[in-house]
Design a binder for this molecule. Structure first.
Ligand code: ZN
Ligand code: ZN
Length: 90
């Protein structure tokens, strides 16, 4: 009995570690380049979209560092720098 309890603790511990390491990231392909891992975002239309690190950190328009994002008319989450965000959302 003791052995089983120990085994269960081990399995439980491993599951926790796996869950924690998966937190915030996903294996769904990026909507732009289909790379993984990605991070999930909720769009303004209520859909879930997945974006890789590269595409969530570079501006969609000018390739500068992206600091903001918004949902486009097509329901696609667009990542932009501060300046392009102002232009795109005005
Ligand atoms: Zn990507
Ligand atoms: Zn930009």
């Amino acid at each position: 009995m003791k052995k089983i309890a120990k085994l269960l603790t081990l399995v439980f511990g491993l599951t926790m570690i796996l869950m924690l390491s998966a937190c915030g990231t996903s294996n769904e392909p990026c909507v732009y380049c289909e790379k993984t891992p990605t991070k999930s975002y909720k769009t303004a239309t209520g859909d879930t979209t997945y974006i890789c690190k590269e595409h969530r950190s570079t501006c969609f328009f000018c390739n500068k560092k992206a600091t903001k994002h918004y949902t486009s008319g097509l329901g696609l989450e667009i990542f932009t720098c501060k300046d392009c965000y102002k232009e795109a959302t005005k």
